[in-house]
Design a protein around this ligand. Structure first.
Ligand code: 2AM
Ligand code: CA
Ligand code: CA
Ligand code: CA
Length: 258
């Protein structure tokens, strides 16, 4: 069997198993800890899912590195070789407070270049995936390239932190120039909304590689532009202020942050 298809099938099986761990946890008491602030949380389930992936990868793909939000030393020094960038639960605040709107995400990079990306919206049972130069898929159905809708004709998602802290004047200006602002609270799910044309852009405050890795591969396969907010390419070794958008919305948004 083709090695890529084999790898893809395994990853999908693991994602469904990880999703079961997350859903099963709703029947138990979840233990929640604060990391840096009262809104920066980690639960025992984030850690359990990340550990689950690390064990699978070391068994099936020994020698490939894993960079995971809850277990890796950050910032990273390089992305040499095959690197799995994992966010075990994207939208932990939503997971804890809403039991929905969270995603499990895996991006695989080869010497820094995105090669496979997965964003699994657990509660909607929607698996977004992409392989470089082979298109993006939703539950196995190929997604259409996104129409190049301008900012004024579309909805934008702007991160809570950007809206309430840094750059809030610019963020408000972009909001006013759009058809409306929406906030979900999961960078991965906001990116998949742009990927399906429901939003024209998502602006992230200070996203880590695991917030970006999977969604960026999916977005780029569909003709979207994913960069830093000043228009520079994403630095996958550190935090970035980000924008993922249609080409015309992207142009208009970065003008505001240059
Ligand atoms: P997380 O849930 O995996 O931490 C929330 O707006 C989005 O920003 C989520 O995708 C969240 O990912 C991400 N994020 C990154 N750093 C964060 C932080 N320090 N506090 C809250 N959310 C953060
Ligand atoms: Ca987190
Ligand atoms: Ca995240
Ligand atoms: Ca996370």
């Amino acid at each position: 069997m083709n090695r890529l298809i084999e790898r893809d099938q395994l990853i999908e099986e693991w994602l469904y198993e990880a999703a079961k761990i997350s859903k099963k946890s709703f029947e138990q008491t979840i233990s929640v800890e604060e990391k840096t602030t009262r809104t920066d949380l980690v639960t025992n389930i984030d850690k359990k899912i990340e550990q689950f992936f690390i064990e699978k990868i070391s068994t099936y793909f020994p020698g490939e590195r894993v960079l995971g939000e809850e277990s890796s030393k950050y910032p990273f020094t390089d992305l040499k070789g095959t690197v799995w960038i994992i966010d075990p639960i994207d939208g932990t605040l939503n997971f804890v407070k809403q039991k929905s709107d969270f995603a499990i995400m895996i991006g695989i990079y080869e010497n820094g270049i995105g090669y496979l990306g997965y964003v699994y919206d657990v509660m909607r049972d929607e698996l977004y995936s992409a392989a470089k130069n082979q298109g993006a898929y939703l539950n196995g159905e190929q997604l259409e390239r996104v129409e190049d809708i301008p900012l004024r004709e579309g909805l934008v998602a702007i991160s809570h932190r950007l809206m309430t802290n840094e750059n809030s004047d610019e963020a408000r200006r972009i909001g006013r120039a759009s058809s409306g602002v929406r906030m979900i609270g999961s960078a991965g799910l906001e990116t998949t909304r742009v990927a399906t044309g429901k939003l024209v852009a998502y602006i992230g405050a200070s996203l880590a590689p695991w917030d970006i890795a999977a969604g960026k591969i999916i977005a780029e396969e569909l003709g979207l532009i994913y960069t830093q907010l000043n228009g520079e390419i994403i630095d996958m070794l550190c935090h970035n202020k980000t924008v993922v958008a249609t080409p015309s919305a992207h142009k208009e948004i970065i003008k505001n942050f240059k």
